[in-house]
Design a protein around this ligand. Sequence first.
Ligand SMILES: CC/C=C\C/C=C\CCC/C=C/CC(=O)SCCNC(=O)CCNC(=O)[C@H](O)C(C)(C)COP(=O)(O)OP(=O)(O)OC[C@H]1O[C@@H](n2cnc3c(N)ncnc32)[C@H](O)[C@@H]1OP(=O)(O)O
Length: 302
Amino acid sequence: MALTAVVRIPTRALLRPWARLRDSALGWMEPVGGVEVSTQRFGSQRVLVEPASAAGVAVMTFKNPPVNSLSLELLTELVINLEKLENDKTFRGVVLTSDCPGIFSAGLDLTEICGRNPAHYAEYWKAVQEMWLRLYLSNLMLVAAINGACPAGGCLMSLTCDYRVMADNPKYAIGLNETLLGIVAPFWFKDTLVNTIGHRASERALQLGLLFPPTEALQVGMVDRLVPEDQVQSTALSVLAQWMAIPDHARQLTKNMMRKPTADGLLKKRDEDIQNFVSFISRDSIQKSLQMYLAKLRQKKG
Ligand SMILES: CC/C=C\C/C=C\CCC/C=C/CC(=O)SCCNC(=O)CCNC(=O)[C@H](O)C(C)(C)COP(=O)(O)OP(=O)(O)OC[C@H]1O[C@@H](n2cnc3c(N)ncnc32)[C@H](O)[C@@H]1OP(=O)(O)O
């Protein structure tokens, strides 16, 4: 079914993006000559992209049931869809959220890093790096609408965003819990956390593999706002509307200035990081820890 519709945004609003917010607040909707904005829904099997009602904004929804684990396929689709949004200059902001009830993302897909061969680990880790680099350095404004559990790689993904809104439900938790699995968060996971909550809080959180319930996550600065579950996405959209009031070029240069040094840390040694990952994850002791952890997860139901 074709869902294409074309909305015209006046050129003056595109040249002065902050004017768009003001104009729409005034109820200015009249289509006049300008740039075409596609309102077509797109995406792929595991990543749905829908333009939001506000011009320039899209919602990217992960749908990789049951837990949105970051499989190679999901990572690949995420990067492709992000690139599409970035290439379409009508989009300025994206809300990232989940279609899996009660779960934002369970993090890396453990079946990708357990019981496979070194070539697979290398391919997978490259995709994880790519996801982080693309999101972390994206020129788009990214807001995470965290509508469920958000451990490990799921937390990392949310930390790449410019703002995090989380459902205020004590059943959900967020954090980099790698040590609980007997594995170690790589330096760029660590750097992303340090840049968000500071060194001391990160050191404690990483060593203990802390998963913070929403109230504590807010206190430590891991998320920016808590709202009732049914308001997570709408709040994320209204946060984006506020950020849209800032001229893009100034905001983008500022974001890049803040983040590039951290990203360069990985860009300078991507291959070495892949080799480290492959040799670490291939160790018998690490594979045993992961197998035990997976078995525990699977037993939970039984
Ligand atoms: C010196 C160092 C050098 C290099 C270091 C290099 C690298 C090491 C670092 C690698 C980084 C890793 C980061 C990660 O992301 S690891 C993944 C961590 N994730 C978790 O710990 C989350 C595990 N899952 C859960 O806690 C729960 O599933 C969750 C709270 C998300 C949802 O709970 P719920 O009760 O709703 O569902 P479950 O019944 O638990 O799960 C349903 C089925 O999904 C399977 N599952 C869950 N999580 C994963 C996963 N991450 N990957 C794959 N599969 C997962 C679970 O087993 C159930 O499966 P079935 O029983 O239905 O078959």
